[in-house]
Design a protein around this ligand. Structure first.
Ligand code: PMP
Length: 462
């Protein structure tokens, strides 16, 4: 196997990629006349073009040229049961058979809410939305309305969707200025501090009595690419309560993944509000905000009337649509019954170890790290002396963990795709409960070959 792959090293990364993907190239040329950058999601920005996928099963997907990939995008984290899970599939087909939108209440939304609440007890009340962006938008609106305060405290590099309150401080505008198209007044009401920095959080509360809520990705930015320790989440729980502010855990990624009940159950922290998306809807569009009844009561017609408060309006054509509800019920019940998060976590741990052993044996000065069912590649931009098997991301700054050189990252991705593995552009991914040891082994082999190809092109020392 190594011999066959060594031959590919000689063809060059771009050449190997182009030779495998003529069908994708053709579609990309058509897409270039339709979509900005030819893509429909920023994460798909690939030079010269990304792959076009035709179908997917379990941990694998196949492009229009018939190439198979081990998939670590996992539906951007929504597919912990893998692609095309039979139970989810049947539930979706059955629901669609009945009709996709009734303009009315339906039994599946009740069942969906019940299964969410059974897994995440802090969700005393739930409101379904169509995307995680909408869920964090609603969480922030609830927090501001409930507390009568305006400012939201966020963390550098943490992603909470693309609405106006969440844009600066994610990949740019770390100085607090508004990103293009966002009103400066909106940006001013959202302050961003270093994750993990208790002193900075305390100082923010001391200086600003207007903080309505703190929102955080509980395992760290981008599912722990820049990790935060569980103690920091406990600290945030305390400091928000002390200061009359709310704690919003953004469990769009971690929900139903870190554990059945998400990071909050795993860590034993009860937030005031939680945003959910991805796994909650079983791979279809769907999301929710859940939390304290007295806060979500701001969406309740009768309670707000009785309390003399203004109700927060919340329509949304596809809220809790029956097909997404069916997928969500099937996925959540199945992951609960099968301990899918534990399986995916164990697979990722073995994958991280396998990659690091390979890096060590190949003399590659990189490292693979992560927690739960995630992995991230550290490409060592400052040329540190690294023992991949002992790498500690807490010893390295955010600037080294996150912004890998886009050109190098792109080349690594092309090399990996040329060897049948698809990871995200931030250089990491998710395992599902369907990834096997054979997938791990093939992934390590593909990454070994990719590093050799990079070395052959002078992109890696040694
Ligand atoms: N929060 C987090 C932590 C996310 O990872 C994402 C999406 N990747 C969102 C919010 C936004 O969710 P959506 O893409 O469904 O709008």
């Amino acid at each position: 196997m190594d011999n066959a792959q060594d031959t590919r090293s000689n063809s060059g990364i771009l050449g190997a990629y182009l030779a495998r993907t003529p069908g994708s190239a053709k579609l990309a040329a058509e897409a270039a006349n339709l979509f900005p950058s030819g893509i429909t999601h920023d994460a798909r920005n690939t030079d010269p073009y990304g792959i076009y996928i035709e179908r997917a099963r379990g941990p694998h997907k196949w492009d229009v040229d018939g190439n198979r990939y081990i998939d670590y995008f996992g539906g951007h984290g929504s597919l912990i049961l893998g692609h095309h899970h039979p139970v989810v599939n049947k539930a979706v087909a059955d629901a669609y058979e009945g009709g996709s939108h009734f303009g009315a209440n339906h039994r599946r939304e009740v069942e969906w809410g019940q299964v969410v609440q059974s897994l995440v007890p802090s969700a005393e009340r739930i409101r379904f939305t169509s995307s995680g962006t909408e869920a964090t938008l609603m969480a922030v609106r609830l927090a501001r309305s409930f507390t009568g305060r305006q400012t939201i405290l966020r963390f550098k590099g943490h992603f909470h969707g693309w609405h106006d309150h969440m844009t600066h401080g994610y990949t740019n505008h770390f100085d607090g200025t508004a990103t293009t198209g966002v009103l400066p007044g909106v940006a001013e009401k959202s302050i961003v501090v270093e994750p993990g920095d208790e002193a900075a959080v305390r100082a923010a509360f001391a200086a600003n009595k207007d903080i309505a809520a703190v929102i955080i990705e509980p395992t760290g930015a981008s599912f722990g690419q820049v990790p935060v320790r569980p103690e920091f989440i406990h600290f945030l729980r305390e400091v928000t309560a002390q200061n009359g502010a709310l704690l919003i855990l953004d469990e769009v990624v971690t929900g139903f993944r870190v554990s059945k009940g998400g990071a909050q159950v795993e860590y034993g922290v009860t937030p005031d509000l939680t945003s959910f998306a991805k796994i909650i809807a079983g791979g279809l569009p769907g999301a929710a905000v859940g939390g304290r009844k007295d806060i979500l009561d701001l969406l309740d017609f009768n309670v707000t009337k009785a309390q003399g408060k203004e109700k927060i309006q919340h329509p949304g054509t596809f809220n809790a649509n029956p097909v997404s509800a069916a997928a969500g019920i099937a996925a959540l019940s199945t992951l609960d019954a099968t301990d899918a998060p534990d399986t995916a976590n164990a697979t990722a741990a073995r994958l991280r170890d396998g990659i690091n052993e390979m890096f060590a044996s190949e003399g590659v000065p990189w490292a693979c790290y992560g927690t739960f069912s995630g992995f991230h590649l550290f490409l060592n931009p400052k040329g540190r002396a690294v023992d991949p098997t002992k790498f500690d991301p807490f010893a390295v700054g955010q600037d080294e963990l996150k912004p890998n050189s886009p050109a190098q990252a792109n080349k690594l991705r092309l090399a990996l795709m040329a060897n049948g593995v698809d990871i995200s552009g931030r250089l990491g991914g998710f395992t599902s409960a369907t990834h096997t040891d054979a997938d791990n082994r093939d992934t390590v082999a593909a990454l070994r070959e990719a590093t050799r190809m990079l070395r052959a092109e002078g992109e890696l020392p040694g």
